[in-house]
Design a protein around this ligand. Structure first.
Ligand SMILES: Cc1cc2nc3c(=O)[nH]c(=O)nc-3n(C[C@H](O)[C@H](O)[C@H](O)COP(=O)(O)OP(=O)(O)OC[C@H]3O[C@@H](n4cnc5c(N)ncnc54)[C@H](O)[C@@H]3O)c2cc1C
Length: 301
């Protein structure tokens, strides 16, 4: 049996696409790694209309409540590995099976970039993490480092400075980037030490992380600590979407109707080449993608 629509991802873009699909009574499913996406990782959200302040996990649970209200069929913890197009139908492959559909919306967002230094793989989830919101509370009263110098790093440092004993920000540029208001919050905390022009060379430890090696103009030094939060940016989750045109950053190219280079395949949110990577933008793009898919379905019926 073929679906009318398969939505890949359940971050702000995929969830909004799903709410619109349910309200249009489209026969669809959502296939996703998790519910909430990056929105669930963010600390304080102060720019989603209707909420003057909400935390990332709270907003993610509001999203989940919203799709439950429409009994959206969600296949969670299922990763899409490939998309193929035959004569007419589109096939979506996952590690668990395959699904055929007349249309697809790719809303698979972005994922954290890795540092690529010795010890990173070994200590993943053993003191090294990519999500301050999820794992920050495990480091109460401990010394930690945030690697990075942009908004994601600052968001992590601001969350951690309320929990950890000491927070080093290891930034490879001469000064911190990101929004001024966030920089000021982080830099004014006595718990935070910023080390600019610094590169992390290795993550060290035994069973768990116990230090990082950092290189500055003054040479290499070891900083003893128990937690490392890698916040050096994000890459699009588009590896499975080689069927559609992507730009040099791997983002899926779309037009103003969320159409990709392949008829019937639409995309929305951070995985696309829409330059603004924000929750409200992703949500709006998700709604547009479903409305375009709905029009496409009406045309091919
Ligand atoms: C730390 C941090 C703080 C932020 N703070 C803010 C803020 O305050 N305000 C703001 O507006 N924005 C903020 N953002 C940005 C915002 O979270 C993103 O722009 C938004 O979440 C993008 O939504 P999305 O649905 O496109 O993708 P994502 O949120 O990345 O969701 C992608 C979804 O796709 C799923 N997925 C990925 N690959 C696959 C696959 N192969 N198969 C199946 N499913 C897959 C994932 O499980 C996930 O559910 C923040 C981001 C970060 C990282």
């Amino acid at each position: 049996m073929a679906y009318d629509l398969v939505i890949i991802g359940a971050g702000p873009a995929g969830i909004t696409a799903a709410v619109y699909a349910a309200r249009k009574k489209i026969d669809f499913i959502v296939i996703t790694g998790n519910i909430g996406g990056q929105a669930a990782w963010s600390g304080d959200i102060e720019n989603y209309t209707g909420y003057q302040f909400i935390t990332g996990p709270e907003l993610a649970s509001k999203f989940e409540e919203h799709i439950k209200r429409y009994a959206v069929p969600v296949r969670e913890a299922e990763e899409v590995t490939a998309i193929e197009k035959g004569a007419g139908l589109i096939r979506v492959r996952t590690a668990k099976g395959q699904y055929e559909s007349k249309t697809v919306i790719i809303a698979s967002g972005k994922i954290s970039k890795e540092l690529g230094v010795p010890g990173e793989k070994e200590f993943k989830n053993k003191g090294l993490t990519y999500c301050a919101t999820c794992d920050g509370p495990l480091f109460a009263g401990k010394d930690v480092a945030v690697i990075g110098g942009g908004n994601s790093a600052l968001d992590a440092a601001i969350q951690l400075m309320k929990i950890a004993k000491k927070v080093y920000i290891i930034n490879n540029l001469p000064e911190l980037g990101g929004d001024r208001v966030m920089r000021e919050k982080a830099e004014s905390s006595p718990a935070v030490t910023v080390i600019n022009n610094a590169r992390v060379m290795a993550i060290k430890g035994g069973r768990m992380v116990s230090a990082i090696t950092v290189k500055t103009a003054g040479g290499e030094k070891e900083i003893p600590l128990e937690g490392v939060f890698v916040e050096i940016g994000l890459v699009p989750n588009s590896g499975f979407a080689g069927i559609v045109d992507r730009n040099e950053r791997g983002e899926i190219k779309i037009n103003s109707r969320n159409e990709t280079s392949v008829p019937g395949i639409f995309a929305a949110g951070d995985v696309t080449d829409v330059p603004e990577k924000q929750i409200i933008v992703a949500a709006g793009e998700g709604s547009k993608a479903t409305l375009s898919a709905f029009k496409y379905l009406s045309r091919i019926r």
